[in-house]
Design a protein around this ligand. Structure first.
Ligand code: SF4
Ligand code: SF4
Length: 431
């Protein structure tokens, strides 16, 4: 009974936000989930209607409510296009946390989030072992993309193609940084993000190269933790909370002007989700989070708006056709779309060819693709078609989560298109 009372209190908080939805249905045309399934229940309007009667539904079918809430990419297209300003993402994230608190997490998720992810030292050690022995379980499939697939039938990997773990993590290889503010009088802290640190390590090299070449002092400490969004997307506030506190400690130990990250999801989590969830924290922690969030920027935005572009060396006509995919967490969540394109154009070796629906979700949705791979892949194939039609030899983007999904789609289709981060393109032009 006390649990039900606590739940009822939390529900009340959500109620005020849910009633703002006037059921106009304008979110229908922008929702990648609805476009794929055609189900009203998958639309923001459908989920909000569900949450409106949540207490009632919970008593009857709590697991059913939870399952319906997981059928969402958390892409933010509904919130970005809602005329009533419904903060659908905030509502869905909180509702998942409430439901997981009520129903409990599965033992597997508990072990992964609370015993591994929430302890960066342990997480790093496990993945470093994983990198050594992964060859037993996976085999390379596409040289151009550097992708692999599973050697055996695996319920987790299914038929996915993916980038394997790097032999050595980026931070371990590059070493820590703690250099004074450079010629521009600016010092940037680099929040690397798990996927860049452990899989797309050349993106980390490009970030460091660009920051140092542009005269920044750099603070890159260890052990950096995950931003916490994989745990929170599953409703695990315990692991999320541990990671926020860990990162506050690591990055709060030094002065710097900006915290920058090459991962759109990490940027959006630190600037939007940390303050959202901080409402339950003691005041002193809320202030620390607000301060860090206020000086956190996507690295593309930082380079263009705060530092200024350096034009790459011109070696004749732009010969490589490149197209750009807007990550949801960059464009819809943070409004960053012009800056990555400006960085691409600064490298004269490439010609930017816009694809149709550049800002349509790629279907990744983080842990969504683990739970709903078939829907995720179907959404991804729409993106793949648009990439193909652009005729580009390279697709660039600003989020390693999107890069993982694009590698999967392109590699499975044998489409012969390279997947790069915008920073890699910009950094290459500075040589
Ligand atoms: S979430 Fe916004 S766009 Fe969607 S039905 Fe409600 S008010 Fe309309
Ligand atoms: S966040 Fe994206 S997938 Fe989820 S309901 Fe909104 S538009 Fe649809």
């Amino acid at each position: 009974m006390p649990r039900l009372k606590a739940l009822a209190r939390l529900m009340k908080d959500l109620e005020d936000q849910v009633v703002v939805c006037m059921r106009c249905g304008l979110c229908q045309s922008v929702c990648p989930m609805f476009a794929q399934t055609g189900r009203e229940a998958d639309l923001a309007r459908g989920k909000l209607a569900l949450l409106d009667g949540l207490m009632q539904e919970l008593l009857q079918d709590p697991k059913g409510v939870q399952d319906r809430l997981t059928r969402c990419l958390l892409c933010g297209a509904c919130a970005a296009n809602c005329p009533s300003g419904v903060k659908a993402l905030d509502i869905f994230i909180k509702a998942r946390a409430i439901l997981a608190g009520y129903l409990g997490l599965s033992p597997v998720k508990k072990a992964v989030f609370r015993q591994m992810l929430a302890h960066p030292d342990i997480f790093n050690r496990i993945l470093s072992w994983g990198a050594r022995f992964q060859g037993i379980f996976i085999k390379p499939v596409d040289d151009l993309l550097g992708s692999s697939c599973s050697r055996f039938l695996s319920p987790l990997l299914q038929k996915r193609h993916f980038k394997a773990l790097a032999p050595v993590s980026f931070i371990q290889r590059a070493g820590l940084r703690h250099t004074p503010a450079g010629g521009r009088g600016l010092k940037a802290a680099l929040f690397v993000g798990c996927l860049v640190d452990k899989v797309f390590t050349p993106v980390g090299d490009a970030a460091l190269k660009v920051l140092e070449r542009r005269g920044m002092g750099v603070f890159m400490p260890e052990p950096q933790g995950c931003c916490g969004i994989p745990a929170l997307s599953s409703g695990d506030t315990v692991a999320f909370d541990k990671l926020v506190r860990h990162n506050l400690k690591v990055f709060g130990s030094q002065e710097f002007d900006y915290l920058v990250t090459p991962c759109a999801t990490c940027t959006s989590t630190i600037t939007k989700v940390w303050p959202l969830m901080a409402q339950e924290y003691p005041e002193e922690k809320q202030i620390q989070i607000a301060r860090l969030a206020a000086k956190t920027l996507d690295i593309n935005q930082f380079l263009v708006d705060q530092v200024g572009l350096e034009a790459g060396k011109d070696e004749g006509a732009a010969s490589i056709l490149l197209t750009y995919h807007d990550p949801c967490h960059l464009k819809k969540s943070l409004g960053v779309a012009a800056q990555p394109r400006a960085l691409i154009r600064a490298n004269p070796r490439y010609r930017l060819q816009e694809m149709a629906e550049a800002d349509w979700c790629c279907g990744s949705g983080g842990s969504f693709s683990l739970q709903h791979y078939e829907i995720s892949a179907a959404i991804g194939r729409r993106k793949l078609e648009n990439i193909r039609k652009s005729g580009a030899a390279v697709v660039a983007t600003g989020c390693p989560g999107c890069m993982m999904q694009l590698v999967d789609m392109i590699s499975q289709a044998g489409a012969g298109v390279q997947v790069r981060h915008v920073l890699e393109i910009y950094a290459e032009g500075l040589d």
